[in-house]
Design a protein around this ligand. Sequence first.
Ligand SMILES: O=C([O-])CC(=O)C(=O)O
Ligand SMILES: [Mg+2]
Length: 389
Amino acid sequence: MKIVSIHEGVVPISSSIRNAWIDFSAMDCSIVAVVSDVIRDGRPVVGYGFNSNGRYSAGEILRRRVIPRLLAAPPSSLLTDDGTNIDPAKAWDVMMRNEKPGGHGERSVAVGVVDMALFDLAAKIAEQPLYRFLSDRYGDGDPDTSVFVYGAGGYYAPGKTLRDLQEEMKRFVDAGYDVVKMKIGGAPLKEDLERIEAALSVLGGDGSRLAVDVNGRFDLRTALEYGEAIEPYGLFWYEEPGDPLDFGLHATLSEHYAGPMATGENLFSLPDARNLIRYAGMRPDRDTVQIDPALSYGLVEYLRIQDMLKRHGWSSRRCVPHGGHQFSLHIAAALKLGGNESYPGEFYPTGGFADGAVVENSRVGLTEIPGIGFEAKAAFYRVLRDLHD
Ligand SMILES: O=C([O-])CC(=O)C(=O)O
Ligand SMILES: [Mg+2]
């Protein structure tokens, strides 16, 4: 088999929401289609990918470096040893040829989106849903058949009242989520505490059902001040309190804040993940690593990160990827992660799971069609298909 063509485009995922650091008024996302010469039911088998959310489209890097390298490589150099399927790990080496280490930035996004498409393609060629394909090759062959998901939202938005926040959280609970997440750090502490208490009131006052996300906004003093104020609530986690690369801040905070913390959605590589584990005071008995494979050089790199975590004594169950997408859902089931994010109300049309996916007791099942299952997500699939049809 070989790759016939690779198509790249951009979809807007803009909205009026705001976290403590950015608004999403111009947010967009790269999409990719990798067309193979394998024909099923009269049509070529195509793998699709997109770059999650939170980082802008990376078209320039895709068009000028990543895609030309793949298309210029001898087709056989991208295949498994028996030549029957694409090997995403070999493709990864080709995509990263002549790239210096460090400074990962948008490059990890460009490689991540193609990596997702290559895994979608490989699982389709193997005629397996991605979670079974991955479990057979990288897991124990006995994947989880449902995955813990929490409902993320609780953004700031123009004119949004406490009542609106409560109704949003109630919608999540009614949709089957036991745990929900809201933004903090984009308003003064007193106002954020009112927002937290408003959200808690729809969760029966149970702090262990509410996560809060700072999106990296705080300096150490503010992170400590908020930590002291929110600790009595016993929250599900306190997320990304400081700059994602300020491991010293995180380590100091972890000496003072006893509750669970989560971070990692803005760490994009194995070396960054290793530094987090080495230097950030992360506690393997309660903290969560949120690295999003789509933003961080794809699953090939994420497998290396899993290996590193294991060697540092971390369970895969302490990983809950950022992004709320189908790719990480399959990865979570196959590698037995702790769960996956979900955005019940944001990031249309890319985010979310298959149409009709049902969340029950904060768990969701997987699609059984070959690949990631974009074909079971009608509105997004139309956009992806238009890339190459
Ligand atoms: O607001 C965002 O960029 C998304 C985010 O942090 C999350 O999902 O945890
Ligand atoms: Mg976050």
